[in-house]
Design a protein around this ligand. Structure first.
Ligand code: NAP
Length: 494
């Protein structure tokens, strides 16, 4: 049974809180999954009180959940929410917050502090909580949740980590990457380690290469300032895509406890062949979307977007070629790719197997028979598919590609799907770290991309472009090791 707790959200008026945290907490309440006696404290600097705040939350939930809101559950949920007025820049806020948390009737001694704040505020807020002993666990547990990005580059990540760990123990820190809460991500784990038949094939002897793609049709929306300072490599590859890579490449852990899983993930990150600065161009490609079209709609280029400096060379597309230097993966290229304003919105992993070693089917050249693929859809389609060759009915020995669904392939419908945040928020309350990043995991992930960031930071004169609404720049094909390799853009047979 989950223990009661006080769940305090800093930055509760922000985008993440409105679109993910509060709706997820509502869904958990509606499903009866929140612990008895949970209280949700929303810290904000807007001059609101409990009444105005609850009206706001009600409005956001109506906008987001619409007709599926259950009025009775909603009122129960709103009763659990309290607004705490305070500016985090003022140390006084934390003194008053402590007093509020400790003297309010019915509040548990277990606390979650969720920093849904600009990353620049993490260190200061964590420190102020510690100064006020809100990190001390004598009376109950204390947990601090932070959102990616965990730093701006390797050095900044180390500084952040040092500072957070001065004030909180590693067991109190929950570094959230909501990708890890997605169902298919967890399915990758089950698929690999609950099925013996994949294991003999899962290595350099049979796998030609691996691709991990996250593409978005959307542009930068209203996040111009954030995005122009970050770029695609930091925003997606350093975090989400490297996490997916660790799940595909890791060895089976000795058991499913959080430390065993995280140990194996760290081993993968540590085994990624370092990219020296002199090899950055051979391993990494960046580009920016120019003007383009989506159907009959004209789409502005990145430099036309409001808030983007006219000469920005921030990448909206990044692709990497990595190698993992261990017995299982040595010399198998792993291609990671992400982009905004692409032709489709998908996240998926595609694993291409090698060709059979001998030509048996005389009517088809062996190199022309498409290879086997294993496809793991993360979003929006969630599925696991194997692409095989079968005999084409009729005279002669001709082959065609067919797909076997190893797991139900579905697109989320209008009904409520379990959101990644729901699972992860429950994990925080339960104290389960297995889907959260450990300090050394963050360090090694930054180590992979840091040399690339350093080179790109000084090469600011030129960046390739690709038309908005396309699958990205053709020039990125130069990363492929062989002519037979190409980006896979869909889960459907090509
Ligand atoms: N949005 C997402 O989908 C998403 C996804 C992944 C990670 N993240 C991460 O989650 C964090 C929050 O993102 P977000 O999109 O929600 O940002 P946001 O919309 O800019 O919200 C930031 C929040 O911080 C509050 N805040 C800032 N300075 C404050 C101060 N001095 N005192 C009190 N409150 C203060 C803001 O209050 P006001 O409303 O009063 O300005 C607002 O509630 C960021 O670290 C982001 O990188 C977000």
């Amino acid at each position: 049974m989950l223990e009661p707790c006080v769940f305090t959200i800093f930055g509760s008026t922000g985008h993440l809180s409105r679109t993910k945290l509060l709706p997820s907490l509502y869904h958990l309440e509606a499903e009866g999954r929140l612990p008895e006696g949970i209280v949700i404290v929303c810290v904000g600097r807007r001059p609101w009180n409990n009444e105005t705040w609850r009206k706001e939350v009600n409005r956001w939930l109506e906008e987001r959940i619409g007709a599926r809101l259950d009025n009775q559950r909603l009122s129960q949920f709103l009763e659990k929410i309290h607004y705490f007025l305070g500016d985090i820049e003022s140390p006084e806020t934390f003194v008053k917050l402590k007093e509020f948390l400790e003297t309010s009737q019915g509040f548990s001694d277990n606390h979650v502090f969720y920093l849904s704040l600009p990353p620049a505020e993490y260190k200061m807020v964590a420190h102020q909580l510690a100064v006020n002993d809100l990190n001390q666990e004598e009376a109950g547990w204390r947990r601090l949740v932070i959102e990616k990005p965990f730093g701006y580059d390797l050095e900044d990540a180390q500084t952040l980590d040092y500072s957070l760990r001065k004030d909180f123990g590693e067991h109190q820190l929950f570094r959230i990457d909501h990708y890890l809460g997605k169902e298919t991500v967890q399915n990758v784990f089950v698929f690999r380690f609950a099925n013996l038949m994949m294991e003999p094939l899962w290595n350099r002897n049979y796998i030609d290469h691996v691709q991990i793609t996250h593409s978005e049709m959307a542009g930068i929306e209203d996040r111009a300032e954030f995005y122009d300072g970050a770029g695609a490599l930091r925003d997606m590859i350093q975090s989400h895509l490297l996490q997916l890579l660790t799940l595909v490449a890791m060895e089976p852990p000795p058991n499913l406890d959080a430390e065993s899983i995280r140990d194996e993930k760290v081993k993968v990150l540590k085994s990624i062949r370092p990219i020296p600065k002199s090899a950055v161009h051979a391993h990494a490609f960046r580009a920016q979307y120019g003007r383009g079209r989506n159907g009959d709609r004209n789409i502005p280029g990145y430099l036309d977007e409001a808030g983007i400096p006219k000469h920005s060379t921030t990448e909206t597309y990044a692709a990497l070629k990595l190698y993992i230097d261990n017995w299982r993966w040595r010399n198998v290229p792993i291609y990671l790719r992400t982009g905004k304003r692409m032709a489709g919105s998908h996240s998926f992993i595609s694993i291409r197997f090698k060709h059979p070693p001998q030509q048996l089917f005389r009517e088809t050249q062996i190199e022309e028979i498409p290879p086997n693929w294993l496809l793991l859809g993360i979003q929006p389609e969630q599925c696991i598919r194997a692409e095989m060759q079968v005999r084409e009915p009729g005279i002669g020995m001709r082959t065609r590609t067919t797909q076997l669904d190893a797991s139900t392939c579905y697109l989320p419908e209008n009904g409520h799907q379990l959101d990644a945040y729901e699972a992860l928020l429950l994990d925080v309350i339960e104290g389960d770290h297995s889907q959260f990043l450990r300090s050394d995991e963050v360090h090694w992930a930054w180590s992979v991309v840091d040399p690339i960031l350093k080179v790109w930071a000084v090469e600011r004169d030129f960046i390739h472009t690709y038309p908005a609404g396309s699958w990205g720049p053709l020039e990125s094909n130069r990363l492929f090791e062989k002519e037979s390799q190409a980006w896979r853009n869909t889960l459907a047979s090509e």
